[in-house]
Design a protein around this ligand. Structure first.
Ligand code: FES
Length: 69
């Protein structure tokens, strides 16, 4: 439902940008590694850093198979 809400206001990165970036990754083993990759792809959390926890939270949910859909 909330697929397109903006997670990172600085870089205008949405939930689906993060989900897409994650789905393109080969292996999802570690939340923090995935976070680094998502950051490289989407540039989320590279501005004020205020969305850091939200991004981590979304990544862990997706990796555990609990996507907001
Ligand atoms: S809201 Fe994501 S870096 Fe500022």
């Amino acid at each position: 439902m909330q697929e397109n809400y903006t997670v990172c206001k600085c870089k205008k990165v949405t939930y689906s940008d993060i989900a897409d970036a994650l789905h393109k990754m080969q292996k999802l083993s570690d939340v923090l590694d995935a976070f680094e990759d998502v950051k490289k792809v989407t540039h989320c959390s590279t501005g004020c850093g205020g969305c850091h926890d939200k991004v981590i939270d979304i990544i862990s949910k997706i990796m555990m198979g609990h996507e907001d859909k």
